[in-house]
Design a protein around this ligand. Structure first.
Ligand code: GRF
Length: 193
């Protein structure tokens, strides 16, 4: 369980692989007055991730890791996180699956955002599958990460309406806008504030 003392900010690492719009929204959140977290480092599994530009812009330490040898990379990663006293990990469009051992080391301290109303549409291509199934709603979920993909305890969800003319792109855009609002709210909830 992550707990905020009310004085010290929770030292947070954000893990990304791509665009990093959720990373950007978390940076903005962290800069707010009385925000309970400080983003100490961003970890990317992709050296070309656009999200890394935000690290530069906002002066956040960044580390790019190649997960080809997962065991070795995770060992290295654990060392980096320990050296920075990281207490909370926010996965934000991170496309690698963390090992059971890694998750155990940060039990109850890893959050993820997923673009569907879990438990529906775990995994990839959520919007396409929701549209193919003629869903009337979809949304996004912030959940704890456990050892099963997109299956950890749900923290918060936001539902959005699927319109008649909805496309994968329009739905993705609509949901992403809600993700940016939901992640900060879910962090506040997790920290019991
Ligand atoms: C988001 O839709 C998130 O839910 C999913 O991957 C996407 C990442 O977008 N896990 P971004 O990199 O934060 O812009």
């Amino acid at each position: 369980m992550v707990q905020s003392t009310g004085f010290n900010k929770i030292r947070t690492a954000v893990f990304i692989s791509g665009t990093g719009s959720n990373f950007k929204s978390l940076i903005k959140f962290s800069k707010k007055n009385k925000c309970p977290i400080s983003i100490e480092i961003v970890i990317s599994s992709n050296s070309k991730a656009k999200g890394l530009d935000y690290a530069k812009k906002y002066n956040i330490k960044k580390k790019n890791l190649n997960f080809k040898n997962k065991n070795l990379t995770e060992k290295n990663l654990l060392g980096i996180l320990k050296s920075k006293d990281i207490e909370l990990i926010c996965l934000a469009g991170f496309m690698k699956i963390l090992s059971k051992n890694f998750i155990k080391q940060f039990k109850g301290k890893i959050l993820n955002i997923h673009p569907s109303l879990l438990p529906k549409y775990k995994g990839l291509n959520t919007h396409k599958r929701a549209l193919n199934n003629k869903e009337k709603h979809s949304g996004c979920t912030v959940h704890f990460v456990n050892t099963r993909l997109d299956s950890g305890k749900i923290i918060m969800q936001k539902k959005v309406k699927i319109s008649k003319k909805e496309t994968v792109a329009s739905l993705a855009k609509k949901i992403l806008a809600q993700e940016h609002k939901l992640y900060p709210k879910a962090i506040i909830k997790v920290l019991n504030l």
